[in-house]
Design a protein around this ligand. Structure first.
Ligand SMILES: Nc1ncnc2c1ncn2[C@@H]1O[C@H](COP(=O)(O)OP(=O)(O)OP(=O)(O)O)[C@@H](O)[C@H]1O
Ligand SMILES: [Mg+2]
Length: 371
């Protein structure tokens, strides 16, 4: 039987769990009309927390309400891709005469006999982001819908283009247009961007941190796709799989996929399969998550993390400092760096813990191998 689980970045899961209320907030913002604060929403979280699939879900819900969607990733040139590809393509679906009527006066008037799309398109591309969105939202307002712009992997590297988008969206909001914006990125990257002076609308955006998924939801995330695909799992095996995820969305798919493929032709997923699936998922997690997450860490960052890996739970800052033989200021400076990189987080005053599941075990294994 085909495996319903896929551990691939950006690929929507068979069942998106634990995100209902965040999704509802967004749908309400679309329905509430211009001025609703959720019409600018930002989703943050660690690698594999489900930011991209959250944007996918938001887009699906918007489309279901008749909205048009412009979906981009914040890599260099995204504004040009919007103005030269996405928006002309969306406008092409409308009657060229209607588009031309809206375009009149935005640049030199079009004086042509027969209106065909080629003539209009040249004009559309010329007028730029703000005018294109004006034309599109004008046309859509006749149908009672609007435009959703989604932007994934928001990062400071693209600050100039982000400013352009921000200014345009801010303007459209002020004019009461039917426009919505949903962005996603690692919390640290989003924080950098949001602190930029020009991007006030992003600062005011509703920020949702996509954290771990509660146990009962993880259970659903396994059981429902398994049963829908024609297999069965008992309570004990299910608990093993749930325990193996730590509530981490990426691991939900990885454990699911690894467990399923052991005996895809058998109806029952046994406790033995579940335990083996969890073990295999953990092995793959290192290459897929921990290595990339640590790639930007300096040697001192890594020493700090290794000092934490001595503990079985949250580490006391005073212990880390002692293990590294450094002073308080030095240790707290690295603490802040690692929190910003989303490798650790503060559990309570004076304590930190790993932000990624099994990072502790991964570091311990690495340390043993290095020795
Ligand atoms: N709420 C969820 N329920 C079930 N599976 C999920 C959920 N969220 C994410 N996943 C799964 O986890 C994996 C990672 O999701 P996604 O690619 O959206 O992560 P991301 O936060 O965008 O990661 P990155 O920072 O690397 O871009 C995918 O396989 C996805 O299907
Ligand atoms: Mg992503």
């Amino acid at each position: 039987m085909p495996n319903p689980f896929h551990a691939s970045f950006g690929v929507s899961p068979p069942l998106l769990v634990g995100r209902e209320s965040v999704l509802e907030d967004f749908v309400e913002a679309l329905e509430d009309g211009p001025g609703s604060s959720g019409r600018a929403s930002l989703y943050t979280g660690a690698r594999g927390a489900g930011k991209t699939v959250m944007l996918n879900a938001v887009e699906d819900r918007a489309r279901a309400l008749g909205w048009l969607v412009v979906s981009e990733t914040a890599t260099a040139g995204f504004v040009d891709r919007m103005t030269q590809q996405h928006l002309p393509k969306l406008l092409r679906e409308f009657d060229p005469e209607a588009v031309q009527r809206r375009l009149k006066g935005m640049t030199a008037p079009l004086n042509i006999g027969r209106v065909d799309w080629d003539t209009v398109e040249r004009h559309v591309v010329q007028v730029g982001l703000r005018n294109q969105l004006e034309v599109l939202t004008d046309l859509l307002s006749e149908h009672g819908t609007g435009v959703l712009i989604t932007l994934d992997e928001i990062h400071q590297n693209q600050l100039a283009e982000l400013r352009e988008i921000a200014t345009t969206v801010q303007h459209a909001f002020r004019e009461g247009r039917e426009l919505a914006f949903a962005g996603a990125g690692l919390a640290a990257s989003v924080a950098d961007v949001v602190n930029d002076d020009v991007l006030t609308f992003l600062r005011r955006a509703e920020r949702h941190s996509l954290g771990s998924v509660p146990r009962t939801e993880v259970e659903r995330g396994f059981r429902e796709p398994i049963e829908a695909a024609g297999r069965h799992i008992g309570a004990e095996a299910l608990q093993i799989m749930v325990d193996g995820t730590n509530g981490y969305p990426f691991l939900l798919q990885l454990v699911g996929a690894q467990t399923w493929r052991l005996h895809p032709g058998q109806e029952e997923i046994t406790t033995v399969d579940a335990a083996e699936g969890v073990a295999r998922a953990r092995l793959r997690l290192g290459a897929l998550i921990h290595e990339p997450a640590l790639s930007a860490a300096s040697d001192i960052d890594k020493r700090f993390l290794l000092a934490m890996a001595h503990d079985d739970g949250p580490s006391k800052m005073a212990d880390i400092q002692r293990r590294l033989a450094v002073d308080v200021n030095y240790a707290s400076q690295y603490r802040l760096r690692l929190i910003a990189a989303e490798l650790i987080y503060s559990t309570r005053r004076g304590y930190v813990d790993f932000a990624l599941p099994y990072l502790r075990e991964y570091l311990r294994d690495q340390a043993t191998t290095d020795l």
